[in-house]
Design a protein around this ligand. Structure first.
Ligand code: GDP
Length: 213
């Protein structure tokens, strides 16, 4: 990720200093909240660190909870950030032992959401820096390319990977993303545990929100 302008870092800090509130959880596509605000979504494999990242971004320890327990109803959770941005937390995918019916449920809800949500500005696809891209991530990229929905990869748990391997993973991932029409070329490395890269991601997200009053 290139250097972020100081103004964007400051805008990101200010935006995420505002309250972020839970709006609703949707298990059915006809229950979605109004799409009046610009919206971003977080997607990623189960256990990628999505809840931890959302909590680190908002500075709220228990805002997003792990919702990947197999068998639990899968839903999209919506959060409102200062009436300037809607944040959608998508159910995790790729759980190895997920029953077929659950995979179908995920696809039905999430694919329909991703294809039809006009207010979506960007989907952040989280990838565990220890594992890199998996086939299930590639399936999501394909779905997003087809839906013409812009997306950007965020690496999680970077504290678990040494700088050399992390550089190589970032390079290889960028190379692969370059072949995808809807993918943003910049990859954002983060660690929720060490609070690394969180300011950069806040800055990126702030460029997608409505401006401050
Ligand atoms: P989710 O299922 O994608 O919402 O993932 P969670 O946020 O619940 O995290 C899954 C596991 O990864 C938990 O055990 C977290 O403590 C761990 N984890 C999350 N973020 C980080 C991180 O930045 N660094 C490390 N080392 N572990 C993390």
């Amino acid at each position: 990720m290139d250097d972020i302008p100081h103004e964007d870092l400051e805008a990101g800090r200010l935006l995420f200093a505002k309250p972020c509130t839970f709006v609703m959880g949707c298990a059915k596509i006809n229950q979605l909240p109004a799409d009046t605000l610009p919206e971003i979504a977080f997607a990623g494999r189960s256990n990628v660190g999505k809840s931890s990242l959302i909590n680190a971004l908002t500075g709220q320890k228990a805002l997003a909870r792990t919702s990947n327990t197999p068998g639990r109803t899968q839903q999209i959770n919506f959060f409102d950030l200062d009436r300037r941005l809607m944040i959608a937390d998508l159910p995790g995918y790729g759980y190895a032992r997920a029953p077929k019916a659950q995979v179908k449920e995920w696809t039905g809800l999430v694919e329909t959401y991703l294809k039809g949500r006009a207010s979506l500005r960007r989907i952040f696809v989280l990838v565990d820096a220890r594992h890199g891209l998996k086939e299930t991530d590639r399936a999501i990229f394909k779905m997003l390319d087809v839906a013409a929905q812009p997306y950007q990869v965020v690496l999680t748990k970077c504290d678990k990977v040494k700088p050399g391997p992390l550089d190589r993973l970032t390079e290889a991932t960028a190379k692969e993303l370059a072949t995808h029409a809807a993918a943003h070329p910049d990859i954002v490395p983060t660690s929720s545990r060490k609070v690394d890269g969180i300011d950069v991601l806040r800055a990126v997200i702030s460029t997608l929100a409505l401006p401050a009053d």
